[in-house]
Ligand binder design. Structure first.
Ligand code: BEZ
Length: 248
């Protein structure tokens, strides 16, 4: 996925805002070594650094990493599937990023290895059903063009049981886990959301038809995601957990 930092910051300011309560769950202590996995443009990474932690941010997007570095952060362009840290961090933090990493086993294995004994893994990701209304509409509009949404879908939204089983399999002890709906107000409407996040689905649609495609999706989801005052919401479903590296 090609990220545009400006589009992202304009259309999805709620991502770091909702991440604040996840930070509280992480409860970083000054002097701790923390890895921010999928750090994006670094706004939460910066908050962790300001709390006196030694924080490394990693993200697979070069433009995001550049933006994070401009904040003076130690940010590196590495995908979660390719992390090669070992026994280096007191905690791994990840907000709204794990669902972009489809090789989830590899990622959890890498996070486990990156942590010191008793280190914690504190994360939130989209869970099964996340943005389900939007995805269903996108799939239908793709099918109308003889395209299969599965060929373009960049996300992995696991169920709670599935992700917990994976965490345990790799040696984590789950301290808390929560699955909840979070209807999320979209400040720039559904068009802004699609412009930011639905790019992979447009890959095989000619540029000249993108506008029409987006209009079709908007018309399909309007009844479900726009309230009577004209405010748009996305149907987010979140999985949040705090897990600890057990000794194997
Ligand atoms: C999410 O945070 O759940 C999300 C963000 C962008 C696209 C899909 C899901």
């Amino acid at each position: 996925m090609k990220w545009n930092v400006n589009t992202y910051s304009r259309n999805a300011p709620y991502v770091p805002q909702y991440g604040e309560t996840l930070l509280a769950m992480l409860a970083p202590e000054p002097g701790e070594d923390i890895l921010d996995l999928g750090c994006g443009e670094g706004s939460l990474t910066e908050k962790i650094a300001r709390l006196g932690c030694n924080v490394v941010g990693v993200d697979s997007s070069e433009p995001m990493v550049r933006a994070a570095r401009q904040r003076g952060l130690d940010a590196r362009a590495v995908a979660g599937e390719n992390l090669d840290f070992a026994d280096q961090f007191d905690a791994v933090f990840s907000n709204a990023a794990l669902h972009w990493m489809k090789s989830a086993d590899k990622v959890v294995e890498n996070v486990y290895r990156a942590l010191r004994d008793d280190g914690r893994f504190c994360a939130e990701l989209g869970a099964r059903g996340n943005v389900g209304t939007i995805i269903a509409a996108v799939y239908r509009r793709l099918a109308g063009r003889n395209l299969d949404g599965d060929d373009y879908n960049p996300w992995y939204f696991p169920s709670k049981d599935e992700y917990c089983a994976r965490l345990r399999e790799f040696g984590f002890v789950i301290e808390s886990v929560d699955l909840f709906r979070r209807p999320t107000p979209l400040v720039t409407g559904i068009e802004g959301w699609l412009e930011t996040f639905a790019v992979p689905f447009l890959e095989d649609i000619p540029q000249s038809e993108h506008g029409e495609f987006v209009r079709e999706v908007v018309a399909e989801v309007e009844g479900a995601l726009k309230d009577k005052d004209g405010r748009w919401f996305a149907d987010y479903v979140r999985l949040r957990f705090l897990a600890r590296k057990g000794r194997r």
